[in-house]
Write a protein that binds this ligand. Structure first.
Ligand SMILES: Nc1nc2c(c(=O)[nH]1)N[C@H]1C(S)=C(S)[C@@H](COP(=O)(O)OP(=O)(O)OC[C@H]3O[C@@H](n4cnc5c(=O)[nH]c(N)nc54)[C@H](O)[C@@H]3O)O[C@H]1N2
Ligand SMILES: Nc1nc2c(c(=O)[nH]1)N[C@H]1C(S)=C(S)[C@@H](COP(=O)(O)OP(=O)(O)OC[C@H]3O[C@@H](n4cnc5c(=O)[nH]c(N)nc54)[C@H](O)[C@@H]3O)O[C@H]1N2
Ligand SMILES: [Mo]
Length: 762
């Protein structure tokens, strides 16, 4: 299985490689954001739009889920937030003429970059079966077509309802209600590929699938570990928070195979000195860990803490906390004694003194926070790794107290809220009971398909209708060739989208594109709400004129489909929901814990915080009623000779599958994406050199997978590891390569062989 580069990929010959940057943001960051914004929007619209980002009366930045601070500057946005906004507020339009000019096949031959650059979708489009063109369709006809196909299924479980993470709370609640009213829990979402491992590990050990810290905690921490995360690119506003934490005395340790610019030094563009000065050195210590080494690292750090306690009893472990609030300590501590340091050094690529120094930081800190993102969640042993992070924190009582806790940094701007609203294929019984009590129908109890299972169901034609509330399913998921083939088998695919992407081109036999409003746009006089990464809920109100008069909000799309599907529904007032989002919020307040008086509290400036039992009361609603220590085996991921461990990452110029541009400024790449970053020492060992053109080949029991034509870049990553961008490399990860328990594709540890291409094959 091989994948050729689509034809308008920038030619590798044009790639320019310079030295990686050591600092993030500052003047280049600001001018960059204005340049991107201007190219898409023009100057007037740029200033109007950017001034509304993350303001108390404005819209929530669609960029990431990092919370807003209490002191919002007039420009509470970052370079990449501005790009996300510009991408949505662009003045370019995809019209019916565009679809008349391009066949579906033709669109499938273009890159994500090209597709995204065409602009905003403007009217509903329909690809009839057997046709190779999308043609305009009325909203009414589109809804009756979907309802007809859904009703024709033998079972509701033959339909799949995907959600990406930008969907508002109101749309998400209405959507999951429609799906359960229809009779299935087939609600796969982007979380399945993202923080599912965090949710799995935290639910089991702490009793909540979310983080336990607020921004205020970050400012009060003595030590912050930033593990498996590249905030300079993916959560730039987090750098301001880290900078402030440092000013208030925190120390920061970065754990990453790559020396990411934002982790090292930061020039805060929101402060005058940040534009010109030297910037803040953010990380006090950098552990350049080998990919997938974190489980070993956290075990080793915990063991050293246990040994320190033995050397000076009563000084290291928080005995009170461990005895009162936790379960399983003795078994865990006993197991830890058998840790093998050779294996630790092998797994982490770090030597013992480096780990001992890190532990001295821990011993010197009363309050510790661990932040993480995809570097921890997308491995086979991710759930175990995050459980070990929890063990490490529990040992010194670093949960549920000021300045301490777990901080999984969420991706999409409302991915956390979507889960809270019930977008989940494995809903807890208490949520379904609450739905039943509120609406008077019996929701389905059987668990539904997650993302990977949904692809399998499409492949076996067990699932026949696929509906997506946002996102770009075929590009974001693994095993590209298999996934695309599976998607093409669907009877009907429906994409609710703002912009064109590959999932419109690689579609079912019959397909619909339903264009929707973005965050930045006016939705009559209505507003929606979102929940950030730290459980703060607040309103988001768009201000721009919609990209076209023919767009519907996501809520209206769900409710109008429901009216078509259920007719006069005695259980849910869909028409009222479509007209008045307060009516939805009233229902949320009765179904979802923590949303009492939702309509009142969300109108308070800044919104409100959701309750968080571990954080607020040191209460752990787990199976044991306590915070659980868990035993997790260390299995070193050994790479056969001649192979490297590949991680798939984001460049500075992309938002998941949306490609803003061809540069990765902080890593020194211009004008191309087909690059693979490899340590110079490994290049020598592999008989390769910087500038070589290689194929990336992964080997699996069912055969090899190949991603073609990558330029080798000598780069200071950890030894034995390499990195390349997704989605180009998704082809390398088979559907069956997933994390234990969470079923998340293993996008951060793929064993690959680098095969030099013959010059004429380039
Ligand atoms: N501009 C922009 N912002 C975004 C996104 C975007 O695409 N663009 N995406 C959003 C989404 S949905 C998400 S989930 C987040 C993603 O945010 P990140 O998780 O920061 O995104 P990645 O690019 O996947 O970066 C993974 C980081 O983990 C490191 N890493 C990889 N494997 C390991 C490992 O085994 N151990 C350790 N310690 N480190 C490792 C990598 O070197 C890299 O620094 O960002 C969100 N924000
Ligand atoms: N190899 C590899 N694969 C990965 C990852 C990785 O690190 N490596 N990361 C994974 C992660 S963390 C995630 S979250 C997934 C992301 O998976 P998805 O969420 O499915 O993908 P996105 O690229 O974020 O979706 C972009 C599309 O969303 C639509 N869109 C944007 N805004 C809106 C809106 O407001 N409403 C609606 N209805 N549509 C909108 C646009 O049409 C746009 O083309 O990818 C995963 N895939
Ligand atoms: Mo994500």
């Amino acid at each position: 299985m091989a994948r050729k580069a689509p034809r308008d990929d920038v030619n590798e010959d044009g790639i320019e490689i310079g030295p990686p940057k050591e600092w993030a943001a500052g003047i280049p960051g600001v001018t960059r954001s204005l340049l991107t914004a201007n190219a898409q929007m023009g100057v007037g619209r740029t200033l109007l739009t950017l001034a509304g980002v993350n303001q108390k009366e404005g819209f929530d930045c669609p960029g990431c889920a990092w919370p807003e601070g209490e002191h919002r500057s007039p420009f509470e946005f970052c370079e990449n937030g501005a790009k996300a906004v510009a991408e949505e507020a662009t003045v370019r339009r995809v019209t019916r003429d565009f679809f008349a000019r391009h066949t579906v096949d033709d669109l499938a031959g273009h890159t994500e970059y090209w597709l995204g650059q065409q602009g905003r979708l403007t009217e509903p489009m329909h690809k009839p079966e057997g046709s190779d063109h999308y043609v305009p369709v009325s909203w009414d006809d589109a809804f009756s077509l979907i309802a007809r196909e859904l009703r024709a299924l033998d079972s509701p479980d033959e339909a799949l309802f995907y959600t990406s993470g930008r969907t508002s709370n109101e749309a998400a609640f209405a959507y999951q209600l429609l799906v359960r009213r229809f009779g299935t829990n087939n609600l796969p979402d982007c979380s399945n590929m993202c923080h599912e491992s965090s949710g799995s590990a935290l639910n089991e050990t702490l009793g909540i699938g979310k983080g336990t810290v607020s921004l205020e905690d970050l400012y009060r921490a003595d030590l912050i570990l930033v593990v498996g995360q590249n905030p300079g690119t993916n959560h730039p506003r987090m750098l301001s928070a880290l900078e402030r934490a440092k000013r208030e005395g925190a120390r920061i340790v970065a754990v990453n195979p790559l020396p990411e610019a934002g982790l090292l030094r930061f020039k805060n563009p929101q402060r005058p000195s940040g534009l010109v000065g030297k910037g803040t050195t953010l990380s006090d210590r950098f552990l350049q860990i080998r990919l997938n080494g974190d489980l070993a690292l956290f075990k080793a750090m915990s063991l050293l803490l246990l040994e320190a306690e033995e050397a000076a009893p009563g000084t290291v472990i928080d005995r009170d906390f461990v005895e009162t609030h936790t379960h399983g300590f003795d078994d865990w501590a006993e197991d830890l004694r058998s840790l093998d340091w050779t294996e630790v050094e092998e797994a982490t690529g770090l030597d013992r003194p480096a780990i001992e120094e890190a532990v001295r930081e821990v011993l010197g800190a009363k309050s510790v926070i661990v932040c993480w993102a995809m570097g921890l969640t997308q491995h086979k042993n991710s759930v175990a790794t995050i459980r070990e992070v929890v063990n490490f924190l529990l040992l010194r009582g670093n949960v549920g107290r000021a300045g301490a806790g777990v901080c999984p940094v969420r991706g999409h701007s409302n991915v956390q809220g979507d889960r809270t609203m019930g977008i989940y294929e494995k809903p807890p019984a208490r949520f379904l009971d609450a739905l039943r009590d509120e609406f008077g129908f019996e929701p389905p109890r059987e668990h539904g398909f997650d993302t990977v299972e949904a692809i399998r169901a499409l492949r076996s034609e067990q699932a026949k209708v696929f509906i997506a509330m946002g996102g770009n399913f075929v590009s974001a998921t693994p095993d590209t060739a298999a996934t695309e083939e599976a998607m093409r088998r669907a009877r009907l695919t429906v994409q609710v989208s703002t912009k064109l992407n590959r999932s419109h081109a690689v579609c079912g036999r019959e397909a619909l594109i339903l264009p929707t409003l973005g965050r930045t746009e006016r939705d009559g006089d209505r507003f929606v709400t979102v929940e950030d990464s730290m459980g703060m809920v607040h309103a988001s109100r768009g201000r721009l004129r919609p990209a076209s008069d023919d767009l519907l909000s996501e809520v209206e799309i769900v409710c109008r489909l429901a009216v078509e599907l259920f007719g006069d529904d005695p259980h849910v007032p869909w028409q009222e929901f479509a007209a008045d989002y307060d009516a939805i919020r009233d229902r949320v307040s009765r179904v979802v814990p923590g949303f009492d008086d939702f309509n009142v509290r969300v109108r308070a400036p800044g919104g409100f915080a959701l309750p968080n039992a571990p954080r607020d009361e040191r209460r752990f609603p787990t199976a044991t009623g306590k915070a659980n220590f868990t035993v997790n085996d260390l299995q070193v991921l050994r790479v056969p000779p001649g192979r490297l461990l590949l991680q798939t990452v984001r460049s500075h110029d992309q938002y998941n599958t949306t490609i803003y541009g061809m540069d990765d400024r902080y890593r020194g790449v211009r004008n191309g994406r087909r690059v693979v970053f490899v340590h110079a020492g490994d290049l020598v060992e592999q008989g390769l050199a910087d500038g070589d053109l290689v194929d990336l080949v992964s080997e699996w029991p069912d055969g090899e997978r190949r991603a073609e034509a990558f330029r080798v870049v000598a780069y200071p990553t950890a030894r034995g590891c390499c990195a390349a961008y997704f989605p180009e490399t998704n082809v390398l990860v088979p559907l069956d390569s997933v994390a234990d328990t969470s079923n998340t594709p293993t996008s951060k540890s793929v064993v690959v062989r680098l095969v030099r291409r013959a010059p004429d094959a380039g």
